[in-house]
Design a protein around this ligand. Structure first.
Ligand code: F6P
Ligand code: MN
Length: 327
């Protein structure tokens, strides 16, 4: 866990690192663009939801940045019906602006990314890395790969936090990556990634929960489980998956967007949302389920399939599965 120092980690795979660099580099630009993009666009996304101008803008920025990386073979976005071909390499699946319905009320949102080995649709077992940015009062990024899970603070180069990564220190500015105390700016990206926790694990004593959807739409078995959890944990729900999952990442607990009476697959998308979050939470020592099996084992039929998502501390997820088993 973090001791306030800045660990010196990063993915050993340069393509994965370039993907995280690109996602970090777009975060300040997305944040800057949001004030003028709180209105609905004329478009619907492939899931039939009205998109905001902010969703479209984030999708364009990320699409450009990620398809430009050598070793990325496809850009697959929640906002696009089909994959965008980018040559040979990983498929990078993105929810460009998760929680964008929070834009009008000015609450948390962010970008979710999953790096899959082969082409999509595929199960989450094909993931080799995943992460999300969180545009809160500060911009953070949680990244998971074969070496573990890290939390980083993302700042513009030259801003107060970012000063740690300027060329006055670290490797002397001779290489492509300027580094100092675990903070680094890839030349020209304009942002600094500072590792604030180089070994993120789920707190053992869970304290928070957040469940999506309307209570009358919850199946009885889930309602029963929720009643128990309400007695044990504190409600922390803000209406964006990245923000609500980050509560669980920080304090331990359980987040769910459950199966609903009239929507057996809930709301969240398997490839863009559930799988990347499941990969991260599992890597932190937690569990992720669709109610009966690990999310990472769910076989998709299409790119935009939805799935119920229950993630958090292992004990809470096993109890959830037992509760739903009685349905
Ligand atoms: O991307 C879908 C999303 O915005 C998630 O971030 C969030 O968990 C969920 O929808 C909230 O949906 P609703 O407000 O419709 O329950
Ligand atoms: Mn989303």
């Amino acid at each position: 866990m973090s001791d306030g120092s800045h660990g010196d980690t990063g993915s050993s795979d340069p393509v994965i690192e370039a993907v995280f660099d690109a996602v970090a580099a777009t975060a300040p630009a997305i944040r800057d663009a949001l004030p003028g993009r709180r209105v609905e666009s004329d478009a619907e996304n492939p899931s039939g939801e009205t998109t905001l101008a902010g969703d479209m803008y984030a999708d364009e920025l990320l699409g450009e940045a990620l398809t430009a990386i050598d070793g990325v073979g496809a850009y697959v976005s929640e906002e696009r019906p089909e994959a965008t071909d980018a040559g040979e390499g990983y498929s990078v699946a993105v929810d460009p602006l998760d929680g964008s319905s929070n834009l009008r009320s000015n609450n948390a949102m962010g970008t979710v990314v999953g790096v899959y080995e082969g082409s999509l649709p595929a199960t989450g077992r094909e993931l080799v890395a995943a992460g999300y940015t969180l545009l809160g009062p500060i911009t953070t990024m949680v990244v998971a790969d074969e070496s573990g899970v890290r939390e980083e603070v993302v700042t513009r180069a030259g801003d107060a936090e970012g000063d740690r990564g300027d060329e006055s220190g670290g490797n002397g500015g001779s290489g492509r990556v300027k580094e100092r105390d675990g903070s680094k700016e890839r030349d020209g990206s304009g942002v600094v990634r500072s590792v604030v926790d180089d070994d993120l694990t789920l707190p053992e004593d869970p304290t928070v929960y957040g469940f999506g959807g309307r209570v009358p739409d919850w199946p009885d078995a889930f309602r029963g489980y929720a009643r128990e959890v309400e007695d044990e944990l504190k409600l922390r729900y803000g209406g964006s998956m990245v923000g609500d999952v980050n509560q669980v990442v920080t304090y331990g607990g359980v987040f769910a967007y459950p199966a609903l009476v009239d929507a057996a697959n809930g709301k969240l998308r398997l490839s863009f949302e559930a799988n990347p979050i499941a990969y991260i939470i599992e890597a932190m020592g937690g569990a992720a389920s669709d109610g009966t099996r690990p999310i990472l084992d769910v076989e998709p039929d299409g790119l935009h399939d939805r799935v119920p998502l229950y993630v958090g501390n292992e004990g809470l997820i096993r109890r959830l599965e037992a509760a739903l088993d009685g349905e």
